[in-house]
Design a protein around this ligand. Structure first.
Ligand SMILES: NC(=O)c1ccc[n+]([C@@H]2O[C@H](COP(=O)([O-])OP(=O)(O)OC[C@H]3O[C@@H](n4cnc5c(N)ncnc54)[C@H](OP(=O)(O)O)[C@@H]3O)[C@@H](O)[C@H]2O)c1
Length: 250
């Protein structure tokens, strides 16, 4: 009789409000969790909470997306800790105000490094592990901001557009090994990232977003808007003629 081994979810940027809610969802379904991030006190508390509430193995792992030289050893450590197949939820990211990014090139460079370079390098290090296990799913958080550059956040949006392009090729590569890759084009979620902003349309809670992400993670890969309402909305925004788009206060 063969028993199916539950994959362990590797949460990259596990202190993120969205990742936190997704980890609860995965643990409630019986999956082990590796919580990777920079705030070890928070991750240790989260791990203890998940283990007590859901009776699953959960452990914190130090991870800094910008410390790209550490990514190979980090991935080897995670694979050893999991001791079985890994699924990946990539949630780290920063979104400084566009005016700050324009004023200080070091803030812009740090954002690109975290949101894109760090994502690309850690995913590259994970690829051989995922290919060898010949199963699993990678869920990465893109954004509707990557669909069309808007005056309010075009530098941030550019990092998410780059991530989507990367994930398209990554998905094609990993599909040959039976691994699914899903890019979630997220609309606004009520987290620390959006807290300073004025009220945003179709905003959802991290919990509602995580429930939708979990559902999509069980299906095919590719790119999906979440919540779904952003599919028609972004269809309209993408198709607006430039002269109209440029006049809008977006
Ligand atoms: N909230 C939204 O409306 C929204 C919409 C579209 C897409 N997204 C995307 O969804 C993801 C999650 O965002 P969120 O809303 O949950 O925001 P959040 O609560 O602010 O979480 C962002 C996380 O990224 C981590 N992080 C930043 N730089 C890092 C680095 N160098 N190394 C490791 N971790 C790093 C932060 O860790 P520390 O705690 O260590 O700083 C934080 O835990 C992001 O990729 C974001 O771009 C969010």
């Amino acid at each position: 009789m063969s028993t199916t081994v539950q994959p362990t979810w590797l949460m990259l940027g596990a202190s993120s409000a969205v990742a936190r809610a997704f980890a609860r969802e995965a643990a409630a379904h019986g999956a082990g969790i590796l919580l990777a991030g920079r705030d070890m006190d928070d991750l240790e508390r989260q791990a203890a909470d998940l283990a007590i509430r859901h009776g699953v193995p959960a452990a914190p792992v130090p991870f800094d997306a910008r410390d790209i030289d550490s990514h190979a050893a980090f991935v080897a450590d995670c694979a050893a800790r999991a001791g079985g197949p890994l699924n990946v939820f990539l949630a780290f990211g920063v979104m400084p105000d566009q005016s700050e990014l324009d004023r200080d090139p070091s803030i812009a460079a740090a954002m690109v490094e975290a949101n894109f370079t760090g994502a690309a390098t850690v995913l590259a290090a994970l690829a051989p592990v995922l290919e060898a296990q010949r199963q699993g799913v990678v869920v990465a958080l893109g954004s509707v901001a990557g669909d069309r550059g808007r005056p309010r956040n075009y530098t941030y949006g550019a990092t998410k557009a780059a991530l989507l392009t990367y994930l398209q090729g990554y998905a094609a590569r990993l599909s040959r090994s039976g691994v699914r890759v899903l890019c979630l084009k997220a609309g606004p979620v009520d987290t620390g990232m959006t807290w300073p902003l004025p009220k945003l349309p179709f905003m959802v809670s991290p919990r509602a977003f995580a429930a939708g992400a979990w559902r999509l993670a069980q299906g095919k890969g590719g790119a999906s808007y979440l919540p779904r309402i952003w599919w028609p909305v972004m269809g309209i925004i993408r198709s607006l003629p430039t002269r109209i788009f440029n006049r809008l206060d977006l």
